[in-house]
Design a protein around this ligand. Sequence first.
Ligand SMILES: [Zn+2]
Length: 308
Amino acid sequence: MANTDQQKVNEERMSLYTKMEAVTQIPWYYYAAIDQYERSIRRARKDIPKEAGLIGIYIKPEVWAGALNPDPTDTNPLSIQLFGGIGVDGNGDGLADQTNDEDILFAISEHILSYGTDRDNIKIALWDYYKRDKSVSLIMGIAKIYTVYGTLDLDKHAFPVPLGYNHSYKNTWGDARGWGGRRIHEGTDIFASYGTPVRATSYGVVEMKGWNRFGGWRIGIRDVNNTYHYFAHLNGFAKDVAIGQVVEPGKIIGSVGSSGYGPPGTAGKFPPHLHYGMYKDNGYTEWSFDPYPHLRAWERDERKQRRK
Ligand SMILES: [Zn+2]
């Protein structure tokens, strides 16, 4: 999708969220975060049908229509209510349509409104809905990013090392050897000198920061697409980076080092480099995917920008 198309979709989504906020007093960024979280899950899975409209939230037919409803595709608000389904008519056309954007958002609102519209009650409502701590924290993280920037246009990326610094990397995905990976090498190693700045590659929330025996000093950042960006073997962290903090692409988070493979502080067991990994969550589990093509694309885009 071209950038302008994406912006147009985002504008239409934003107008749905703000309309919902006006009616329910639930802040728009919670709608946006639930929607974005579910969209990322949907993209990562094959057992959920593609969304019909702008909203990515998927409510299972048996939840929408009610578990005992003989018609899982029921659109009658009264029988749905009778069978304990959460489906409602949000747009006033008389139907509770599980593929209609407004009906979906109203069903989610009704659920949240039975708890309350403040942050703590929304968290409880989300927990009762998803029954998974991680889903709640991911949604709250996305809501936080939206709150800080006040926009849905957060797809910008940066290459993790400033292009003015010498660096090199190859596609080593799945190689048996590697530093900081697991059984196979889960990431790309970007070789650069000690102290070369390491930057956030996307908008996101700092989810993890600290020492790991293999990864050394490392940082994990979660973006709005529910992708986890992992930076390992750092020499140290930027002073102003803390867990829970919202960052933007290009923000310096630390510097290249060779930390790892021993107790905290161990370094120098291999040449200095940044180990960069990307992980995806599908609502149940998380797995790594190859960051190499993304790194190449971000580097190319950034070179193009600099020439302008
Ligand atoms: Zn590595």
